[in-house]
Design a protein around this ligand. Structure first.
Ligand SMILES: Cc1cc2nc3c(=O)[nH]c(=O)nc-3n(C[C@H](O)[C@H](O)[C@H](O)COP(=O)(O)OP(=O)(O)OC[C@H]3O[C@@H](n4cnc5c(N)ncnc54)[C@H](O)[C@@H]3O)c2cc1C
Length: 458
């Protein structure tokens, strides 16, 4: 194994992950006398809150995922490495990683910030993943986009009315922000974008259903905003199936159990999983080599200053961190990343480090039809006013000036129905859809645990 050359005598900070937490930590160290090594297995910083817009053709992947090298091109104390982190040696202060062509490397550090985020959790039923993809990466969004637009193409060529209806039925599991935002956009695509593009098919007949075990969509926003969101969704034609748990998914659709225990089958060729998250496996690895514990989602339980117990030089931040029940949202990631950077700077100056104090700036979700719900420190906004606030916040936090301009332009034209980012071939579609979903080729059904919950990330 080749150690990474350490050319500088300055304090070495290694950051694992260039998501919100890692990116904000590295930026915060801009003027600090430290050398920063940022290691990410992706070449890009992905703005996850806009993945559903990528899936539904509003923006292109490049608009929401700037290259990390470009982001840090002017920050002289940051070096970016494209590598998969595979483990840690906390005693020797080393981060082990595999480079793109397989070479093993070890990065030495004086301070370590781990912000490796979270992935999709199927509650132990990964076998349903091919039938119900989750949306965590740009690749996921592109694949879901191909399935959505492709479903209309297949429906248009299908003579059998039952088969056509199944292709025109979109089922979303999970009524949190991602599920709600995606559902609204699929209806918008059908009723505005595709409405006049088919001759043999009326895309507006498509059904978009959201399944969730809870009693209302966007439950974390409180009853008032949740009920406004439900009204907007229903006015757009989204069918809410609340109090329902999905018990099985296969190539033909999904089995759903009502609160009364009745199980019914819904024929749907496009199913999206917007229900569960699991922390990066690096969380388990960190816990195994320290005294830290993990919570049910695999997040690492940290001390109030975001460090590992007994390892003050190791910070765990963002979605990978478990602290005071804080949710896995971008704001927590950004603030915890900056807190880690501030603590490193404070130690260098000999100042006493502080505990992490999260400032809750509220939450928001774009529902559709120019309407959003916003809960900003008790101020509850909905409708078009909510959408303006949503727009403002997303522009502020989207990385890159050019991306902001493109995003605003894309949102404006998307309201009128235009979706420019939908490039795919017949071959793309057949690779996006499991072969067993192609008519005539059966597949076994995959049952999920009866007690599995279907709740979204936050
Ligand atoms: C579809 C979707 C919509 C969302 N919408 C909202 C929203 O509207 N508002 C909101 O506040 N939050 C939202 N969130 C949540 C928010 O995006 C996350 O809380 C935030 O991205 C967490 O930041 P992070 O830096 O902890 O992790 P991430 O942003 O996930 O970044 C983790 C980084 O670590 C890298 N990485 C992982 N493992 C390794 C490894 N082994 N080696 C090297 N690199 C690795 C990844 O490539 C990635 O770049 C949404 C999330 C999703 C998925």
């Amino acid at each position: 194994m080749k150690p990474t050359p350490d050319a500088t005598p300055t304090h070495r900070v290694v950051i694992v992950g260039g998501g919100f937490a890692g990116l904000f930590a590295a930026r915060r160290l801009r003027r600090a006398p430290v050398s920063v090594t940022l290691v990410d297995r992706s070449a890009n910083h992905v703005f996850q809150p806009m993945l559903y817009q990528c899936a539904t053709g509003i923006v292109s992947p490049a608009d929401i995922a700037p290259a990390l090298r470009a982001v840090f091109a002017r920050q002289r104390n940051v070096v970016v490495h494209l590598a998969e982190v595979t483990g840690f040696d906390l005693d020797r202060r080393l981060v082990h990683a595999r480079m793109p062509i397989g070479e093993e490397m070890a990065f030495g550090y004086d301070s370590l910030i781990v912000g490796a985020g979270a992935g999709t959790s199927y509650f132990g039923h990964d076998e349903i993943a091919p039938y119900a993809p989750g949306m965590k990466t740009v690749e996921d969004a592109e694949s879901i986009g191909r399935r959505i637009f492709g479903a209309f193409e297949v429906a248009a060529e299908t003579a059998d009315p039952e088969e056509r209806d199944a292709w025109l039925t979109f089922a979303i599991i999970g009524a949190g922000p991602t599920g709600v935002e995606l559902a609204g956009q699929i209806r918008h695509v059908a009723t505005h974008t595709l409405r006049r593009e088919f001759t043999s098919l009326d895309p507006t007949c498509c059904r978009v259903l959201i399944f969730d075990g809870g009693k209302e969509p966007l439950a974390t926003f409180g009853d008032q905003l949740a009920s406004r969101a439900a009204d907007t969704l229903q006015s757009m034609g989204v069918e809410l199936r609340m109090g329902r748990r999905v018990t099985a998914v296969d190539a033909s659709g999904l089995d759903v159990r009502s609160a009364e225990g009745e199980v019914s089958h819904v024929a749907a060729r496009t199913v999206v999983w917007a229900a569960g998250v699991a922390a990066s496996p690096l969380g388990r690895k960190l816990a195994d080599c320290s005294n830290a514990e993990t919570d049910r989602s695999g997040r690492v339980k940290v001390l109030p200053d975001c460090t590992l117990p007994g390892r003050p030089e190791v910070f765990v931040v963002g979605d990978l961190m478990s602290l005071d029940g804080l949710p896995g949202v971008a704001e927590v990631a950004m603030q915890s990343g900056m807190h880690a950077a501030d603590t490193i700077k404070a130690r260098q100056r000999g100042r006493p480090p502080r505990q992490f104090h999260y400032v809750d700036l509220g939450s928001m979700a774009y529902v559709g039809a120019g309407r959003a719900v916003v809960d900003f420190r008790g101020l509850k906004l909905s409708g078009h006013l909510g959408a303006l606030m949503w727009l403002f916040v997303h522009i502020v936090f989207l990385t890159g000036f050019q991306n902001r301009i493109v995003a605003v332009f894309s949102w404006i034209v998307a309201l009128g129905g235009s979706r420019r980012n939908r490039v795919f071939t017949a071959a793309d579609l057949s690779s996006a859809v499991p072969s067993s979903q192609i008519p005539g080729q059966g597949a076994g059904q995959h049952h999920m645990e009866d007690d599995s919950t279907q709740q979204e990330r936050d």
